[in-house]
Write a protein that binds this ligand. Structure first.
Ligand SMILES: Cc1cc2nc3c(=O)[nH]c(=O)nc-3n(C[C@H](O)[C@H](O)[C@H](O)COP(=O)(O)O)c2cc1C
Length: 214
């Protein structure tokens, strides 16, 4: 697949058919992730393949993206958090590069995938999967055969609206209403992480969860 085609044709897919993704295919996706650049070339990534419905249910019971209820296969991407450049959270950056490679590889193999950060707190996810504290949970990547092909979309901005030469363009307008909504949602997420089983907070979180069409 041509690189531009892969980049612009990849979309987040959240609905999958019943067809199982075999181990060899998952290995190819993980392999692609491992070819990503990593800070200091540490390559300190770890992957947990999830195909146990109980694990998905557990994630959901502590608050996770609701579409995971119908997902059969996902890969949890971890990265060692003891890297040396904590100022730039380089382990998250390495993890993110790995995930993007995985999404592109999955797309090139005719699979659909979705990058998922709407997960329970790091502490909870660690407990569910027995992950030691020196690994950060970067995100979960759901994978499966798509039930439909999503429509092509445009990006919100053209490059010239978001790019400046040599210094940041300060004439940017702040959308105060949007920022206030975001800070309210940030606050709610913190509360949710503390009290994931509270039905009141849970209902509110479900209502506020962004609905996607794919
Ligand atoms: C860091 C990150 C976290 C994301 N978390 C979620 C998530 O929790 N749930 C979800 O449905 N999609 C999630 N997505 C997917 C985005 O919603 C998606 O990439 C975006 O809507 C653009 O759509 P596209 O991937 O089809 O181009 C996430 C993407 C990124 C990069």
């Amino acid at each position: 697949m041509d690189l531009d085609q892969a980049i612009t044709g990849r979309r987040s897919i959240r609905k999958y058919s019943d067809q199982t993704v075999d181990g060899e295919t998952l290995e190819q996706i993980i392999q692609a992730g491992m070819w990503a650049p990593t800070a200091c070339n540490d390559q300190d990534c770890r992957f947990i393949v999830i195909n146990d419905k109980n694990k998905f249910d557990e994630l959901l019971s502590y608050g996770a993206a609701s579409f995971l209820k119908d997902v059969q296969t996902a890969i949890l991407v971890l990265y060692k958090n003891t890297s040396t450049n904590q100022e730039y959270r380089d382990y998250y950056q390495s993890g993110a590069a790995i995930i993007q490679n995985m999404l592109l590889k999955a797309h090139s193999l005719g699979l659909g995938s979705c990058w998922v950060c709407n997960l329970p707190s790091q502490r909870k996810v660690r407990r569910i999967f027995h992950i030691p504290a020196n690994y950060a949970v970067i995100a979960l990547v759901s994978i499966g055969y798509p039930v439909s092909t999503p429509k092509p979309v445009n990006r919100k901005h053209k490059p010239d609206k978001v790019t400046w030469l040599n210094s940041f363009g300060f004439d940017e307008e702040t959308d105060f209403i949007l920022e206030r909504r975001k800070s309210f949602k940030r606050f709610l997420r913190k509360v949710y992480y503390r009290f994931p089983k509270s039905s009141f907070i849970r209902n509110l979180a479900e209502k506020l969860e962004k609905k996607f069409v794919n």
